[in-house]
Write a protein that binds this ligand. Structure first.
Ligand code: KIV
Length: 302
């Protein structure tokens, strides 16, 4: 299922096959239609509409502020842009885990209203029953353990997880619980590379690392970090593969300067009309027109 293969929608069965064949894959987040198109055309097999949306696109100070309507709105846009990639909608804070019924209902909205093919939920052992209920209702689930940003207040900050004996054991138990509950893949966020490798070796579903070293089955990154659109803090595990923010800034400056100098819009960006029609509308003569300051050279006149 490599980038140049043609094209029906990728399913969780394809992800399982890639994993079984040892095919490492890159996944990424997207939040809007044009970016989803670019990512899809690059052959990325899975797009996550992450709740990182809240911080990198909506300007909130934490992902906890994102609500389900915002997630559905952006997931819909991504689903329209991604013709081939599996689209995973991230269930926001407290949209799952309060009751099984509500969790299943909210997960269902990502498929029926936003056209995602799967959902992601955070938490290992503590979310296992919820994962089971959602998977049991026919909705594929991607797990997420390690640093789970929705619990950042409980975890005491954005720190690497699993460095102590106790927390490493807990993470292995979390990974196994998520697998046992029926998730088709699990994100490992901010986990020491050695532990991520050990977890990957113990699972029979793909691990998707972010800040988890090179030994996971796949990698995921937040797109604004990768393309150079993140302003301010960029996590240590991210690498800028482009400078889109700089490119956008240069384009906006050039546009503003061209408007102010009169260089834009020019003849090729304007349209014209039969001057006699306007003469009649304005009740003026050809001579009036010749002296009018409106007589700018347009496309047709050149
Ligand atoms: O919200 C998000 O972007 C995520 C990824 C970091 C995995 O959960």
């Amino acid at each position: 299922m490599s980038a140049d293969k043609p094209s029906r929608r990728i399913t969780i069965a394809d992800i399982a096959r890639m994993y079984e064949e040892g095919e490492r894959f890159a996944t990424i987040t997207a939040y809007d239609y044009p970016t989803a198109r670019i990512v899809d055309e690059a052959g990325i097999p899975l797009i996550l509409v992450g709740d990182s949306l809240g911080m990198v696109m909506l300007g909130y100070d934490t992902t906890v502020r994102v609500n389900i309507d915002e997630m559905l709105h952006h997931t819909r846009a991504v689903a329209r842009g991604a013709k081939r990639a599996l689209v995973v909608g991230d269930m926001p804070f407290l949209s799952y885990g309060v009751s099984q019924e509500e969790s299943v209902e909210h997960a269902g909205r990502f498929l029926s209203e936003a056209y995602a093919q799967a959902v992601k939920i955070e938490g290992g052992v503590r979310s296992a029953r919820t994962i089971e209920a959602i998977v049991g209702s026919g909705i594929p689930v991607m797990g997420h353990i390690g640093l789970t940003p929705q619990s950042v207040n409980a975890l005491g900050g954005h720190r690497v997880q699993g460095r102590s004996k106790e927390s490493a054991r807990k993470l292995i138990a979390d990974a196994l619980a998520v697998q046992e509950a029926g998730a088709f893949a699990v994100v490992l966020e901010l986990v020491p590379a050695e532990l991520a490798r050990a977890i990957t070796e113990r699972l029979s579903i793909p691990t998707i690392g972010i800040g988890a070293g090179p030994h996971t089955s796949a990698e995921i990154q937040v797109i604004t970090d990768v393309i150079g659109l993140t302003q301010g803090f960029t996590p240590r595990h991210a690498r800028r593969f482009g400078e889109v923010g700089e490119a956008v800034s240069q384009a906006v400056h050039a546009y503003r300067d061209a408007v102010l100098s009169g260089a834009f819009p020019g003849p090729s960006e304007s349209s014209s009309m039969d001057p006699t029609v306007l003469d009649e509308v304005l009740g003026r003569s050809v001579l009036d027109r010749a002296s009018s300051s409106m007589a700018i050279p347009l496309d047709r006149d050149l």
